[in-house]
Design a protein around this ligand. Structure first.
Ligand code: NAP
Length: 320
């Protein structure tokens, strides 16, 4: 027994030592692709949802550094102002603004868009970044299942309302932050809001697949407008996203060395927002600043069209 305990202690020590020695290499590998574009965004306006923390905040910081006017669309204005203040201290002369937007409430989305169009009017970069993962069964103000409502339908409506400004500002770009998790999702048209049965992981995967299908259909519909739309997998990133899952929080804490920092996680969003070589690239999916493959269920035009129609019906909009 004593011998076994000693072996466990020595073994753990050896593993810890190896990890410590290897950590610079592991970190470099985990960091993934880097956006190397030096493009400036002076005179351009960018809007990022869920920009008060995590990947969104780092994306905003990068765009502010490039000279863009950056609008942080956050449901909690106080948290948004803290993020904006942090960006201002890091970027002299940063043009950062916070506006209230709750993606779980179509009234809030409409009010946000109305005010935005009245006061800003032009929009060159829209980053649909905000999201929730693995929350307990909840509904949005409009009765949509929370993952589908925030991650997909909220952004669907926001994009619909802001599309005129994006077209007026062309060339412009839309970036949809999806996930590799879309591989494990399918669109459950018979029970979109998981009323029959609910699994928080599958609900997240469904919403991330919806992001990919939305990108595909929107790109097709925007042909000729000089407005591109691409989706992104940011990598596995140390952020607040796992807040609803104790298991995921523990896993993320234990394996943090293998995860990206939010700054590293923002690289692909920033790449899609600014890279000169992507000027006319649309309807694609990116990860680590290179094109990435899409799951077969994310490449089905029929599903993409059907999801589009169902989304319009749910939101009561006519988007032809
Ligand atoms: N982290 C990863 O490993 C990973 C992997 C793949 C994809 N992603 C995707 O990356 C995106 C950003 O995630 P993150 O990792 O940066 O997570 P995060 O740190 O939790 O940030 C999510 C952001 O979304 C906002 N948000 C949530 N519900 C909202 C609502 N109803 N209205 C407006 N904003 C809302 C949050 O605001 P509050 O702070 O007020 O809650 C927060 O600002 C998400 O779309 C996520 O699915 C992340």
């Amino acid at each position: 027994m004593m011998m076994m305990m000693m072996m466990v202690v020595v073994g753990s020590g050896v593993v810890a030592l190896i990890l410590r020695l290897m950590s610079p290499h592991i970190r470099k590998y985990a960091a993934g692709g880097v956006c190397t574009s030096t493009a400036r965004l002076d005179g351009k306006t960018a809007l990022i949802t869920g920009a008060n923390t995590g990947i969104g905040k780092e994306t905003a910081l990068d765009l502010a550094l490039r000279g863009a006017r950056v609008i942080l669309a956050c449901r909690d204005v106080e948290k948004g102002e803290e993020a904006a203040a942090e960006i201002r201290t890091r970027v002299g002369g940063a043009q950062v603004e916070v506006r209230e937007l709750d993606l779980a409430d179509t009234y809030s989305i409409r009010a946000f868009a109305q005010k935005f169009l009245r006061e800003v009017s032009h929009l060159h970069i829209l980053i649909n970044n905000g999201g929730v993962m693995m929350c307990p069964y909840m509904k949005t103000a409009d009765g949509f299942e929370m993952h589908l409502g925030v991650n997909h339908l909220g952004h669907f409506l926001l994009t619909f309302l802001l599309l005129g400004a994006l077209k007026r500002s062309a060339p412009s770009r839309i970036i949809v932050v999806s996930s590799l998790a879309h591989y494990f999702g399918w669109i459950r048209f018979h029970d979109l809001h998981s009323q029959g049965s609910y699994n928080s992981g599958l609900a997240y995967c469904q919403s991330k697949l919806a992001n990919v299908l939305f990108t595909r259909e929107l790109a097709r519909r925007l042909t000729g407008w000089n407005v591109t739309v691409n989706s992104v997998h940011p990598g596995t990133v140390r952020s607040d996203l796992v807040r609803h899952s104790t298991l995921m929080s523990i896993m993320f804490a234990l394996f943090s060395m293998f995860l990206k920092t939010p700054k590293e996680g923002a690289q692909t969003s920033n790449y899609c927002a600014v890279a000169e070589e992507l000027e006319s690239i649309t309807g694609k999916h990116f990860s680590d600043c290179v094109p990435a493959s899409v799951a077969p269920q994310g490449r089905c035009d029929e599903t993409a069209r059907k999801l589009w129609e169902v989304s319009c019906d749910l939101l009561g909009i006519n988007w032809n």
